[in-house]
Design a protein around this ligand. Structure first.
Ligand code: KG4
Ligand code: ZN
Length: 371
């Protein structure tokens, strides 16, 4: 079964054709990062307009790259929740129109489900290996770490999602983005902080890059939030970094946060990046461990969402669970938003018995929980 996936929930316009939930026939992603780097964050109105300009060429290219014509496509899948209202509308209305025009069944997909299913996409390169990769086995625990969400999900089987932990305030990716701003690093903050921690400092308003020694992860001691159970909290960590930067620069807590960055030396930026990154990763690891203690029958761990691209997180988690439990990460290009994961999630819903939606009435929901 060949599914055309469409994704426009935030600031990536994406389309992909995936066969049987895993074989990627094409994958096209047009990112708006260059636009929003100038503003230091996503502006919903501009994002929607940019999706509108890009969506049709992106879909056309994904069909062309896949070698498929409309006759070969069995279904259309589209992200309809959660996300930015205007952005979701563009993808969903396009998918509805195409479903009517080409008489294809239409399947709406929850964005967080699709992030999880990025782990079912075939990552093996047929040029290099004929051996198919192993897949996560059930029951499993999935840690979703993105710009909008931080959740621990228990999955008994395909298409069964139980939220067992969630953030009470900021998402971890949002925390990376906000701290990058305090340190004067460019948007998106996650990759910028990861780079700065290695000593390669880029700046928000300047094309200049400076190389210093790698940051010291223990230079600044940052608190772990005291939240009971499996829930997270990241807003306190952001404030702790702000206060530590102010105190390091001998400034009062009333000193404006946007004026701190230019007073920091590249070495201080590297040290703050490394200390924050390590603390955030350890907080995630602690909660994941707590979840695994409570759900001891779990057979695999599945990590997903934009923050799962982080190299230190990948190596820390892989080392920790080595010889304990199989742990899965998506291929890096499928950590962030893409449409191949949308097509994959739809496939596993379809084989679990999901019926298509009416293309004349499919709605969008800017906020909704995975269920
Ligand atoms: O999943 P995603 O692409 O979009 C949402 O659904 O939110 O996640 C975007 C988030 C941003 O906050 C970005 O800073 C973060 O993922 N991110 C990273 C890295 N790459 C992207 N965070 C830490 N390290 C990275 N290498
Ligand atoms: Zn996402």
């Amino acid at each position: 079964m060949k599914i055309l996936g469409i994704e426009t929930s935030c600031d990536e316009t994406a389309a992909a054709v995936v066969e049987n939930g895993s074989k990627i026939l094409s994958n096209v992603v047009v990112s708006q990062i260059d636009i929003f780097a100038r503003y230091g964050g996503v502006i919903p109105e501009i994002a929607a307009r940019s999706h509108l300009e890009t969506i049709l060429p992106v879909i056309e290219k994904s069909l062309k790259d896949s070698g498929c014509t409309w006759t070969d496509i069995d279904a259309i899948a589209v992200t309809h929740t959660p996300g930015l209202l205007g952005s979701l509308l563009i993808g969903t209305l396009t998918a509805r129109t195409l479903a009517i025009l080409h008489d294809k069944p239409l399947y709406p997909v929850h964005h967080l489900k699709s992030h999880i299913y990025a782990n079912w996409l075939d990552q093996s390169d047929p040029q290099i290996s004929q051996v198919s990769q192993s897949l996560p086995s059930f029951p499993l625990i999935s840690l979703i770490i993105s710009g909008g969400h931080t959740q621990i999900i228990y999955m008994e089987k395909h298409n069964s999602f139980q939220i067992i932990g969630t953030t009470r305030d900021d998402a971890v990716g949002e925390c990376f983005d906000k701290i990058a701003k305090i340190l004067g690093l460019p948007y998106p903050g996650g990759p910028a902080i990861a780079k700065a921690a290695t000593g390669l400092i880029g700046f928000e308003y300047s094309p200049e890059t400076i190389q210093v020694h790698p940051g010291a992860p223990n230079k600044y001691s940052l608190p772990h939030p005291k939240v009971d159970g499996l829930d997270f909290s990241f807003s306190g960590l952001k404030t702790a970094v702000l206060r530590t930067v102010q105190s390091e620069l001998k400034k009062p807590i009333s000193f404006p946060s946007h004026e701190l960055a230019k007073l920091l030396s590249p070495t201080q930026i590297a040290n703050f990046s490394a200390s924050f990154q390590t603390t955030a990763i350890n907080i995630l690891l602690e909660k994941l461990n707590l979840a695994l203690d409570q759900y001891s029958a779990v057979k695999s761990i599945v990590i997903s969402g934009g923050v799962s691209a982080n190299d230190l997180l990948r190596s820390t988690f892989s080392d920790f669970y080595h010889n304990k439990l199989p742990i899965f990460f998506p291929a890096k290009q499928f950590s962030g938003d893409n449409a191949a994961m949308v097509a994959s999630a739809a496939y596993f819903e379809i084989i679990s018995g999901k019926e298509p939606e009416n293309p004349y009435s499919l709605n969008i929901y800017p906020r909704s929980a995975i269920q």
